[in-house]
Write a protein that binds this ligand. Structure first.
Ligand SMILES: NC(=O)c1ccc[n+]([C@@H]2O[C@H](COP(=O)([O-])OP(=O)(O)OC[C@H]3O[C@@H](n4cnc5c(N)ncnc54)[C@H](O)[C@@H]3O)[C@@H](O)[C@H]2O)c1
Length: 350
């Protein structure tokens, strides 16, 4: 089998999880890495037996053997590096958040389409064993029609160890854009619909920094339902990464971090449901990315979906400033593809 040859751009905190996941897959291989820091390049090349290391992304993109890249660095760089990678003919897996404006998201989607390459978001929470099991249960219809969902990520913000750019909204940092994105993704994926409006309270309550650390958003969807996303980076507390879904004929709770579980509520009691664990989420994410390239289908978390999640996040920020519900402008666009295979339930978010 021909292996997909990939390059990793940015070798900071989360790059290790990407490299580890790829090392566990027999159809993908890392042939190059890029990072401004020599020390990081040497470390990753030695640890994962990677043949080539470059200082800049431009050098890596000129490497003809590289077919696909992962953009794994600061939020403010996602747009530029993704567009450059698409223009170099490479498929792109870009870490969340997609970009810092909708115009930038559009440019990324356009660059991928024009160069006929795949663009996928690093929304890891789609690929947790617990999330996949929860979605499977919802899709099976055994709980009946969905009524509402509440998704949380409340955790220690880790102020002291957090790099300055992730504490600065100007650079795309803050709890809402950095981690609230996972909660909004999870909620929107569970609701199985596009958002139409958002009302939110977002603020900086537990730290002194140039970005928010806490957000609560009430999101209305086109299917007539509404859900709540809570993302709080507290200074001290106990973590909660759970989701709760209430359907007409059953309820569902799941969580990946802290306590790890999937539970179904029926007959006034909760039952634990087994789920696949491992593999870790990055394994499933890279598997899906490689599959979309091999089969020439849209990745399960594609650019138009990533843009929609950014639109919700930005609208929530507007709502928090204005104190009003903000209507979204996006139409049905991400339900209608212009290329590839039609989106199916197999992809997990129809
Ligand atoms: N999906 C998840 O669960 C998850 C978890 C953690 C982080 N992330 C995301 O991953 C991304 C990276 O986060 P991180 O904490 O690993 O970042 P980081 O800031 O720790 O590391 C970034 C690396 O990129 C390098 N770099 C910066 N500019 C560069 C350039 N122009 N060319 C080459 N290298 C350059 C830096 O030297 C650094 O080593 C962010 O978007 C973050 O939100 C996602």
């Amino acid at each position: 089998m021909e292996k997909l040859k990939v390059g990793i751009i940015g070798l900071g905190g989360i790059a290790g999880a990407h490299c580890k996941a790829i090392a566990g897959l027999d159809n993908i291989e890392i042939v190059a890495v890029a990072d401004l820091m020599e020390e990081n390049r040497q470390k990753y090349m030695a640890q994962y037996n990677i043949p080539r290391g470059y200082k800049t992304h431009t050098e890596l993109l000129a490497d003809d053997e590289v077919e696909a890249v992962a953009v794994v660095l600061g939020h403010q760089l996602h747009h530029r590096l993704t567009v450059d990678a698409c223009n170099a003919g490479k498929h792109v897996l870009v870490e969340k958040p997609m970009a810092l404006s909708l115009a930038h998201c559009d440019a990324m989607i356009e660059a991928a389409a024009r160069n006929n390459v795949k663009l996928m978001m690093g929304f890891t929470q789609h690929f947790y064993g617990t999330s996949l099991k929860a979605k499977e249960i919802l899709n099976s219809g055994e709980l009946g029609p969905l009524i509402t969902a509440v998704c949380y990520m409340s955790k220690n913000w880790g102020f002291a160890g957090r790099r300055p750019q992730y504490r600065s909204r100007y650079h795309g940092g803050g709890m809402w854009i950095t981690n609230g994105i996972h909660v909004v993704d999870r909620l929107t994926w569970l609701m199985g619909s596009q958002a139409v409006s958002v009302s939110a309270a977002i603020g900086t309550r537990a730290h002194y920094q140039a970005s928010d650390d806490s957000a609560t958003a009430f999101i209305r969807y086109k299917n007539g339902l509404a859900g709540v996303a809570v993302a709080v980076g507290y200074a001290d507390g106990g973590p909660n990464y759970s989701s709760e879904v209430i359907c007409a004929n059953g309820t569902l709770r799941f969580s990946e971090h802290g306590e790890k579980f999937v539970r179904v509520g029926k007959g006034e009691t909760w039952q634990d449901v087994p789920f696949e664990d491992p593999p870790a989420e990055m394994h499933n994410e890279w598997k899906a990315f490689a599959e979309s390239i091999e089969l020439n289908i849209e990745p399960p978390v594609h650019g138009a979906y990533g843009r929609h999640i950014m639109e919700i996040l930005f609208a929530a920020e507007q709502s928090a400033i204005s104190g009003r519900e903000v209507m979204l402008e996006s139409g049905q666009s991400w339900l209608y593809q212009e290329q590839g295979e039609p989106v199916t339930i197999h992809h997990g978010w129809v």
